[in-house]
Design a protein around this ligand. Structure first.
Ligand code: ADP
Ligand code: X2W
Length: 278
């Protein structure tokens, strides 16, 4: 019986990097009624730390090429610095947060990404057709997320806070895009709960004009996605975000929203950001 509601919220690196916006978001997150799971990114902060150490970030189609040095940096930043600070801030606001990587409690097991040929997205240009070694990047499948472990934590009264570090079950940590983690967690938990997925970032939603916050598209149907890509309305990081959003809807998640982190309170009024439709 799926009568209980669960909200999975993902927060991106641009918001985490802004202490005022993050503070407001965590207040609203804490005030949100019902069971919830927080998934956080932090790509911007990992890029900045890497640069300060002389390691340049390389992204292909929104995914970080993760060599061994980069894996050390993202593990420190996502599973350490950001995850533990997020948990401490939530504890101070009254949420009994528990911070986890995918290795903790075997919550998310991934498979190291095989060599890939670039086909679309960032690359009608020079990268089209190139074979890319993403390094220590983890891909998820329908068995990756342990819904029973997450359910046990929720039933014990914890608020799980998941970072973008996963593992392969054979000692290797892997880097997995946080939007993908949020989508996979929402799909896995939809077997047990009535599940909604909320992507929070620094803009008011999916915008008709990316520079105009007043141009929020209120609803997008799955069959409109290709057109929005083709006419350039959605670009860059918004392409994999929408792909993950529609995958979630297709696989059993009841509702998916994309909107501004410090407007999360509007979720209850039904005026929050962009809603994805089947
Ligand atoms: N139509 C659009 N509406 C809103 N943002 C868009 C749009 N097209 C592209 N973007 C870009 O997508 C970015 C969000 O993707 P990303 O940086 O991956 O998010 P996150 O911070 O959640 O990881 C925004 O910062 C924005 O620059
Ligand atoms: C493989 C891969 O690309 N992993 C992401 C994980 C962090 C993330 O997704 O952070 P945001 O949500 O802030 O972008 C990365 O290292 O950038």
């Amino acid at each position: 019986m799926k009568n209980k509601q669960l909200t999975i919220i993902k927060i991106g690196g641009n918001v985490i990097d802004n202490s005022e916006n993050l503070h407001q978001f965590l207040l609203d997150f804490t005030a949100l009624p019902g069971d919830k799971i927080l998934v956080h990114g932090g790509g911007k902060i990992a890029t900045e730390l890497g640069e300060s150490l002389g390691i340049e970030a390389k992204m292909v189609e929104g995914r970080r090429i993760t060599d061994i040095e980069t894996l050390r940096i993202v593990t420190m930043v996502y599973a350490g610095l950001i995850n533990k600070n997020m948990v401490a801030q939530l504890q101070a606001k009254g949420s009994n947060a528990i911070g986890l990587s995918g290795a903790d409690g075997n919550v998310i097991k991934a498979t190291k990404r095989p060599l890939k040929t670039v086909t679309h997205g960032a690359a009608p240009g020079p990268l089209a057709g190139a074979v890319i070694d993403y390094g220590f990047v983890g891909d998820l499948d329908e068995n990756s997320v342990s819904s029973t472990t997450l359910d046990s934590l929720l039933k014990a009264g914890f608020v799980p806070v998941l970072c973008a570090i996963t593992h392969d079950g054979d000692t290797q940590l892997l880097n997995t895009n946080a939007d993908t983690i949020a989508s996979s967690v929402a799909v896995a938990m939809s077997g047990l709960y009535e599940t909604r997925l909320v992507y929070c970032f620094e803009k008011k939603g999916v915008l008709k004009d990316v520079n105009d916050d007043a141009s929020v598209v209120r609803e997008i149907r799955a069959d409109e996605f290709e057109g929005l890509k083709a006419d350039g309305t959605v670009q860059g990081g918004m392409i994999p975000k929408l792909h993950n959003a529609f995958e979630a809807i297709k696989k059993g998640v009841s509702a998916v929203y994309i909107g501004k982190a410090d407007e999360l309170a509007e979720l209850a009024e039904g005026t929050f950001g962009t809603k994805m439709l089947k």
